[in-house]
Design a protein around this ligand. Structure first.
Ligand code: 4AD
Ligand code: MG
Length: 501
């Protein structure tokens, strides 16, 4: 029945021809002689023009009353029109209304984030969510393509596991036929086994962390891609990581320019994401954070924040004044939508102003030996225009499996921080390949030795230098799209207090 349906993003092949599209009303502007319907069909948006003289009187009346998210098919002629969204419009000659919708709960009016998350099943249809979905698809494809094209073999690691992969504090427990088990925090340990068979491997799937924090960077279920490589050293790993991330970013720039524009992403900044990225040791990062330079940087930033706040407040006042005057309904709606955005920007900048001195103080007191905190990462990240590798963290602050460096106080690991204040998107390391040192670490963490015998076997039988890393898809997507919170970067986010939809 719908075999002949043409997708809007395919209109360039149908200029001057008659087509039928199937979609949902995105926006409606009915008039006495002509109705303008903007319709979305999953592939794009199209302005459909219905002239009173082109359809039956009855149909014209029904179409004039259609409201947002009503579903229908429309038949008409495709016309090139530069001013139209997508560059084409449809001169409608017939339509079939499938489901007229009344009182669609999500309107252009103000909705708080809680309301939108509760209505995620509908909010997915919004323009922003649509764009993010498209970019996510490109990111996931680019990830697979990079590893497939560079000699890696895909290995699916288990989701139900019996051992702690990262840290005991964030495990989801599962009752596995009376035995203790967990949802996987990482595929890495299993992947190390596979690397000893296949050399270069990667896994890509959902991972689970019982994170009790409600930050913009944390989900309890997120997607992670993890490559693992036998016969490599730390500089070699960094090279793979920078080539990989720049490949993904360039692919998105290539395939999703219009979505990036709609999302307000910083396209010029993304174009700069090419190797080499910056390299800092943890010790250098520590020096930067505790230096006067950082205090000056933070002070200058505070001035910028305050100026921005003033600008936002001025815009709000101007729009509120306009709102009080005699203006058309469409203009009122537009202002209402702009005010929502501006007020949320205002809250955000006020939070930044409040946090700036705290973060500056935390940085000044940062002690060598601690892990970098979220705000420390943000500061380092803000000082750079390309991703930064921070390497060689103190051994005591990191996971048990990381390889000890020649300097015994540190491990051969790295985090990759995305620039412009975004923070960590990758964590990785060389793995401890010495049996004795690994055993010492497992005991230090008081992990059950019998559970780790298979992992130790990799160091008993043909141990080789090896390493890898994990990149979080949602964090990468949030950075690329300029989305503030990673919960917007997965269709159905799981957070401490969100599981229903
Ligand atoms: O730094 P992490 O914990 O590293 C690992 O899991 C290693 N086993 C990976 C490896 O070497 N194979 O996590 C890696 C990345 C982070 O940099 C971040 O992008 C993402 O996973 N991530 C999260 N994303 C969303 N919500 C969370 N709660 C996340 N925790 C980590
Ligand atoms: Mg990490």
């Amino acid at each position: 029945m719908f075999n002949d349906i043409v997708k809007i993003n395919n209109f360039r092949n149908f200029a001057g021809k008659e087509v039928t599209i199937g979609g949902w009303v995105y926006h409606s502007r009915p008039g006495g002689k002509v109705i303008f319907l903007v319709v979305r069909d999953g592939s794009g948006l199209c302005q459909c023009i219905i002239e009173k003289t082109s359809v039956s009187e009855d149909l014209f009346r029904q179409l004039a009353h259609l409201s947002m998210e009503s579903s229908l098919t429309l038949t008409g002629t495709v016309r090139a029109d530069e001013r139209s969204v997508g560059g084409y419009e449809l001169a409608v000659t017939d339509a079939k209304i499938l489901c007229p919708t009344e009182n669609y709960p999500i309107t252009p009016k103000q909705h708080g984030i809680d309301f939108l998350l509760k209505n995620r099943h509908l909010h997915l249809r919004s323009q922003r969510q649509w764009c993010i979905g498209k970019v996510r698809h490109t990111v996931v494809n680019a990830i697979r393509q990079f590893f497939n094209d560079n000699g890696f073999t895909l290995v699916d690691s288990p989701i139900l596991t019996g051992i702690v992969g990262e840290e005991a504090g964030s495990l989801f427990n599962v009752d596995y036929f009376g035995m203790p088990a967990f949802l996987s925090q990482t595929g890495q340990l299993h992947l190390e086994c596979a690397a000893m068979s296949l050399g270069r491997v990667y896994c890509f799937g959902p991972t689970f962390r019982a994170e009790k924090s409600k930050t913009r960077r944390h989900l309890t279920e997120f997607w992670m891609v993890e490559p693992e490589i036998a016969f490599i050293d730390l500089p070699g790993l960094l090279e793979v990581a920078e080539n990989f991330v720049s490949f993904v970013v360039q692919k998105v720039l290539n395939d999703n320019e219009s979505e990036l524009k709609t999302l307000g992403a910083n396209i010029d900044a993304l174009k700069k994401i090419v190797p080499p990225f910056y390299r800092l040791t943890y010790t250098q990062a520590h020096e930067i954070l505790t230096s006067q330079k950082t205090q000056d940087f933070m002070a200058a930033q505070l001035v910028d924040f305050k100026n921005t706040k003033q600008e936002i407040e001025n815009k709000i006042t101007a729009l509120e004044t306009e709102m009080k005057g005699q203006i058309k309904q469409w203009r009122q709606d537009k202002i209402a939508a702009e005010l929502i955005d501006l007020r949320s920007d205002l809250v955000e900048i006020e939070t930044k102003i409040e946090n700036n001195p705290k973060h500056a103080q935390l940085a000044s007191k940062f002690k060598w030996g601690e892990d970098l905190g979220g705000s420390d990462e943000t500061i380092i990240s803000l000082m750079h225009d390309k991703p930064i590798f921070v390497t060689h963290y103190p051994r005591q602050a990191k996971a048990f499996y990381m390889k000890q460096d020649e300097d015994p106080r540190v491990v051969q690991n790295f985090d990759m921080l995305a620039p412009a204040g975004f923070g960590e998107i990758i964590g990785g390391s060389m793995r401890e390949d010495s049996f004795d040192k690994l055993l010492e670490k497992i005991n230090e963490h008081k992990y059950k030795l019998e559970n780790y015998q298979w992992y130790l076997d990799l160091r008993r039988y043909g141990s080789v230098p090896h390493g890898g890393f994990g990149l979080g898809v949602e964090r990468t997507l949030a950075w690329i799209t300029g989305e503030k919170h990673i919960r917007q970067c997965i269709a159905f986010p799981r957070m401490m207090d969100k599981i229903l939809i």
